[in-house]
Write a protein that binds this ligand. Structure first.
Ligand SMILES: [Zn+2]
Length: 333
């Protein structure tokens, strides 16, 4: 991961976001509430950190970027700035919800007044984890905004926020960069030879691609793919393979599996040169399409998508992998 403190400028694909915020600030029209959206791995939190730092810094420099040296910047870097408040789920909480008490604390007038005479920045992350009571409580705060306070909601799934909250925030969408721009950035931060595959696996999100490289995910995916291929070929027992898959979290494994099956279906549809996620396994995938019944493939794909929307404990995760692989072996026959 890129440490937040090391980032002193927006990421290349965030420039338009930065420009729009800087311009709004220059003309005194910064919103009271900003909803920062975009998929995982595009740097939403880095951007929010830059915005917060810029607003709290006592002598921002070129392009309104924080100086990194004044007392305010030092306090913020040390995690001790009284006018920067981060609200998130209690790390101990099982539900991962942001609760009403967290929001109420913000709403107390003292919490909304800047201590050091400048801006106050409140970051709510991940905003979609607010429960209904918390969201209602936040709404009251949004209806009575304090001057010189910026509330930043960081959210991957804005559709999960109540419309009443969304409509009271200005949305700032951090985009997925073009592939050439993302690759250029990735090559600057990693010496991986698999940048294209990593980026496709990360759905184009550069920070996720970098994390995949640093976590050594490619060899793991390679092993899981080999199992997927061999179960289909009838030379590997699905139950044994499920036990091997069980080392992976469903969020990771189901994402790989969805990518393999969707590539298979794309190849089977016969469109010329489809853009594949798993370019490196195209030969194996092509070989599999020869005996694949596309309708069964589509049903299997739906099943994966359903599984992705569910939560799994370690016990039913193994059951899930077993049932998916048994179904996959049956499709092959
Ligand atoms: Zn500063």
């Amino acid at each position: 991961m890129i440490p937040q403190a090391a980032v002193q400028a927006p990421l290349p694909w965030q420039e338009p976001c930065w420009e729009s915020i800087s311009r709004a600030r220059d003309v005194g029209r910064l919103p009271h509430a900003l909803l920062v959206t975009g998929p995982a791995g595009v740097g939403k939190r880095l951007l929010v950190a830059l915005i917060a730092n810029s607003l709290l810094c006592s002598r921002p420099g070129e392009r309104s970027l924080a100086c990194g040296q004044c007392r305010e910047c030092e306090l913020l870097a040390a995690g001790a700035h009284p006018d920067y408040v981060a609200v998130g789920p209690d790390p101990e909480s099982k539900s991962g919800e942001i609760k009403v008490d967290d929001i109420r604390r913000l709403a107390e007038s003292d919490a909304l007044t800047a201590h050091r005479g400048g801006y106050k920045v409140i970051v709510l992350d991940p905003a979609q984890n607010m429960n209904a009571n918390a969201a209602n409580s936040l709404l009251k705060t949004l209806e009575e905004p304090s001057a010189d306070t910026l509330l930043c909601l960081v959210c991957e799934q804005p559709g999960r926020l109540p419309a009443t909250i969304r409509s009271r925030c200005q949305q700032l969408r951090v985009p997925v960069p073009s592939e050439p721009l993302a690759l250029e950035w990735l090559h600057r931060h990693s010496d991986t030879a698999d940048a294209v595959i990593l980026l496709r696996l990360a759905h184009g999100a550069p920070l996720s691609a970098l994390a995949l490289a640093e976590e050594g995910r490619l060899p793991q995916r390679e092993r899981a793919f080999t199992g997927f291929f061999e179960v289909y070929a009838g030379i590997r027992d699905p139950i044994a393979e499920a036990a091997a898959w069980n080392e992976h979290e469903p969020t990771i494994l189901l994402d790989w599996l969805a990518g393999w099956v969707s590539d298979l279906l794309r190849l089977a549809s016969g469109h010329p040169a489809p853009l594949l996620v798993n370019e490196d396994r195209v030969q194996d995938l092509r070989a599999m399409t020869e005996s694949l019944d596309p309708r069964a493939g589509h049903r299997f794909f739906q099943r994966i998508l359903q599984a992705r929307a569910s939560q799994y404990s370690p016990i039913n995760r193994l059951l899930l992998y077993e049932s998916l692989l048994v179904q996959w072996a049956r499709i092959a026959r």
